[in-house]
Ligand binder design. Sequence first.
Ligand SMILES: NC(=O)c1ccc[n+]([C@@H]2O[C@H](COP(=O)([O-])OP(=O)(O)OC[C@H]3O[C@@H](n4cnc5c(N)ncnc54)[C@H](OP(=O)(O)O)[C@@H]3O)[C@@H](O)[C@H]2O)c1
Length: 261
Amino acid sequence: MSGFDYIPAPSHGSAWVTGASGGIGRALTLKLAQAGWVVYATARSEDKLQELAAEHDNIRVAAGDVTDAERMRAIVAEITSQGPLALSVLNAGVYYPMRAQEYEAETAAKTFDVNLTGVSNCVDPVLKALFEQDAGCIALVASVAGYRGLPRSAAYSATKAALIAMAESLAFDLAPRGIRITVINPGFVETEATSVNDFKMPFLMQTDEAAEAIVKGLNRPGFEIAFPGVFVGILKTLGFLRPRSYFWLVRKMIGWDKVEK
Ligand SMILES: NC(=O)c1ccc[n+]([C@@H]2O[C@H](COP(=O)([O-])OP(=O)(O)OC[C@H]3O[C@@H](n4cnc5c(N)ncnc54)[C@H](OP(=O)(O)O)[C@@H]3O)[C@@H](O)[C@H]2O)c1
């Protein structure tokens, strides 16, 4: 069995979703609970997690900040004390768009702390549990913004590119053990995070559709789960361009070629 085609069944253990209080994570938690998973839901806003748990008996509140490594270890310990941790979706993330003129190290650091260190804080105890169990699935939520540096996304794209590289690197050790690792690269999804965007987001999806695409992807073999297909195809094609052509074309696509911006 290759590590890219293994998806445990809900009867084989619990699921853990970070960033479950809103957006994609909330929709995914509900969908997994409806599919029979016992889902541990993590985010900082305990009140929102309690509201979510009230929507389905299978949802357990495990509030915490992903930048708190000790708390992430404690959550995984709590889950594994009840049985195997079969599926972890490390989804918590922040998005603070900024142009070069507005670049601030503090804002970038907040992005690195949650999107990278936060994921790493979860990866550590999850991997230990998966090696112990010799089974299970870990999914890192990156983004199509990790394929190449996108406008306004110096810090955000950097974290998502890093997560894709992290998942690829881990796959070398996990796949041969039958432990599945997958990277989830969504396009634009309408959430609180993207509500700050002041442009028309192409191929915008709703959180339910995104959650559906993730569940479908987890049920299919493969390393990457990316959606929506056409947008992913366009961005992957842009990925093949030389930097000069890439900058020229993207500036044109977003209208930055018309006005000197
Ligand atoms: N929306 C999109 O278009 C899009 C596209 C590609 C990738 N993504 C990725 O998908 C993931 C979810 O995005 P979203 O759009 O659903 O965002 P969202 O609606 O803003 O939700 C983000 C979630 O992360 C949690 N979170 C933030 N900081 C946290 C922290 N320090 N510790 C624990 N939880 C934290 C938030 O809960 P609390 O505030 O309660 O902690 C919330 O539950 C992110 O990784 C994002 O980068 C989104």
